[in-house]
Design a protein around this ligand. Structure first.
Ligand code: ATP
Ligand code: MG
Length: 218
């Protein structure tokens, strides 16, 4: 079996920046690494992503949102993540099931047990062994994310960026709560630091956590 690492944190905390650096770092050291993301990660789930992140879909009910996430995840896990792990690869996933608890439970107020049932159904036995939480003040994260959206082309994936700051504060609190519940799986890094400082912390943790057969040298 391979090794499954997820990245989590509020909008604009730096997940995508850091996961790409980790992908380069591990690939340069000869590991076979799959870089993927949620929602999305395969053709069917990418179509669901477009619905989920489209700011025009402001009428989407919290339950419809939750079920779309679960649906996209079920496809992504079955089609992409589980086969890669079975092939012995390291899987890096930009957001995974903790995001559903942080956003839909702590953010939207949906009952946690309902979310847990859907997460278990979608993931079966496939769960991250290590989760990097890039913790960041949502005020800073949102201003970074907005700048990125303004400067990028393609569809404006900003349905969540348009939520109130209080929503993002609850999401941040949710992530910290999850990290406290599972201290052996979560590693928290400070997303307010520079990109280089954050990556130094992440790479050190990953090097320490990788199983023997996948171990790399810093
Ligand atoms: N530590 C940092 N300091 C300053 N700017 C940063 C830092 N990390 C990332 N950025 C910049 O902030 C923007 C958002 O970063 P990134 O896309 O990596 O965040 P994200 O967590 O993936 O966001 P989203 O949740 O919207 O996908 C990018 O323009 C990136 O270059
Ligand atoms: Mg991102």
């Amino acid at each position: 079996m391979g090794y499954f690492i997820s990245f989590e944190g509020v909008e604009g905390c730096g997940k995508t920046t850091q996961i790409k650096l980790l992908h380069e770092f591990l690939t340069a050291r000869g590991r076979s690494v799959l870089l993927t993301r949620e929602p999305g990660g395969c053709a069917i789930a990418d179509k669901i992503r477009a619905i989920l992140l489209d700011a025009e879909n402001h009428a989407m009910s919290p339950l419809a949102e939750l079920l779309l996430y679960a649906s996209a995840r079920a496809q992504h896990v079955a089609e992409v993540i589980t086969p890669a792990l079975e092939a012995g690869r390291i899987v890096l996933c930009d957001r995974f099931f903790d995001a559903t608890v942080a956003y839909q439970c702590f953010g939207r107020g949906i009952d946690r047990d309902t979310i847990a049932v859907l997460n278990t159904l979608a993931c079966q036995e496939t769960t991250p062994e290590l989760t990097i939480l890039v913790d960041c003040d949502p005020h800073i994260g949102l201003s970074r994310a907005r700048k990125r959206i303004e400067s990028s082309q393609g569809p404006r994936e900003e349905r969540f960026e348009l939520e109130a700051l209080s929503f993002h504060q609850r999401v941040r609190g949710g992530y910290l709560h999850l990290a406290a519940e599972e201290p052996n799986r979560f590693v928290i890094v400070n997303g307010d630091d520079t990109i280089e400082t954050i990556f130094a912390a992440i790479s050190e943790h990953v090097v320490q956590h990788l199983p023997e057969e996948l171990r790399v040298i810093c």
